[in-house]
Design a protein around this ligand. Structure first.
Ligand code: PHE
Length: 341
């Protein structure tokens, strides 16, 4: 019987070494040291032995149990370490690898230019005034001294809505009237940025949708010199002191006198010639002294108040600043263009 016991001991030790996972290890424990395990069963056979052999047999069974228990724990520790190592190997992170650059969005060049414009006018004391994109004929034309059937209406080909007298604003100038109605009798110094819409042919110079930034200053003793000086200062801050600008007399129904301001663009390339119509100059804004009728329509007595107004095109301003050759790039959403800014 003692021989059987020793044989079981050796077999068990060998089986333990073969246990390669915690599941196998647990199965081994049940089969060997469990309540009905092979070693436990040997103790039950004590009664089959003559009395004098029983103590030695019992002692040996206990020794074997202890030895197997210890071997079991060692094997369990080995398996745990092995599992941990496998896990660490499979989850390893190579911290020396260069990181992946996160993809960053950016502001649209028109937005960037608008923000530069806001900053410049803000520094000069002009607040931002928001006005609506969908306007009435009254505000877009009539109150700006452009009556029905006036030939000057041809300057603004209009998108009309199905609602009579309701249209998409063709310029930000109706914001002048709305601001005057809101602020009378306070002095005014504000800009009105926003989209404008014109039902016209698209070319490299003009889109049917574009931003404008209207400017309006109303107060006492505002003169044409203020207008010229303020716009020249704007150009200096936008383009730098060495960039040439010029004013050209022009006509707008809502200003008198009226002018346009050009920035020198260049005449070196074929493209410069095309964009500037062979002159080298790019028009970036219209301006003038607010017409007395318009002041009156806004609630301001032209005998007491005067003012100047301007309307600039941020897309044109960006073209002149960055040498962009075609205004249609702005709203065609081509990333090859947009990502250059
Ligand atoms: N509203 C004019 C345009 O769209 C620009 C302008 C604004 C001219 C204010 C004079 C004064 O062409």
């Amino acid at each position: 019987m003692l021989d059987t016991l020793e044989a079981i001991y050796q077999e068990s030790l060998a089986a333990l070494r073969d246990a390669a996972s915690s599941a196998e290890l647990e199965a081994w424990r049940q089969a060997t040291l469990g309540r009905k395990g092979s070693v436990q069963l040997q103790t039950r056979r004590l009664g089959e032995l003559p009395t004098e052999e029983r103590p030695a047999f019992g002692r040996r069974v206990n020794e074997i149990k202890q030895a197997l228990q210890q071997a079991y724990e060692e094997q369990a520790a080995r398996l745990r370490a092995q599992d941990l190592e496998a896990q660490m190997a499979s989850e390893a992170i190579d911290v020396t690898l260069p990181g992946r650059k996160p993809w960053r969005g950016r502001l649209h060049p028109a937005t960037q230019t608008l923000r530069q414009i806001y900053r410049i006018w803000g520094d000069m004391g002009f607040q931002i005034y928001r006005s609506r994109d969908v306007e009435t004929d009254e505000y877009n034309f009539e109150l700006l001294n452009i009556p029905q059937h006036h030939p000057a209406r041809d300057m603004w080909d209009t998108f009309h809505t199905t609602e009579p007298g309701v249209l998409l604003r063709t310029h930000t100038s109706p914001g002048q009237i709305r601001a005057m109605h809101e602020y009378y009798p306070e002095p005014i110094r504000l800009i009105v940025p926003g989209m404008c819409y014109r039902y016209e042919q698209q070319t490299a110079r003009s889109e049917f949708q574009f931003n404008q930034v209207e400017g309006l200053a109303v107060g006492k003793n505002i003169t044409l010199a203020d207008l010229k000086g303020t716009l020249a200062e704007f150009a200096r801050r936008m383009y730098g002191a060495d960039r040439a600008i010029r004013f050209r007399a022009n006509y707008f129904p809502f200003t008198e006198p009226s002018a346009e301001m050009d920035v020198y663009f260049g005449l070196e390339t074929e493209y410069d010639r095309r964009l500037t119509k062979g002159t080298g100059w790019l028009e970036i804004l219209g301006c003038g002294m607010v017409h007395p009728t318009v002041l009156r329509n806004g609630g301001y007595d032209p005998e007491i108040y005067s003012g100047f107004a301007f309307g600039m095109g941020p897309e044109r301003i960006a073209m002149a600043k960055y040498g962009i050759e075609d205004i249609r790039y702005f709203w065609s959403n081509d990333l090859r263009f947009l990502e250059q800014f």
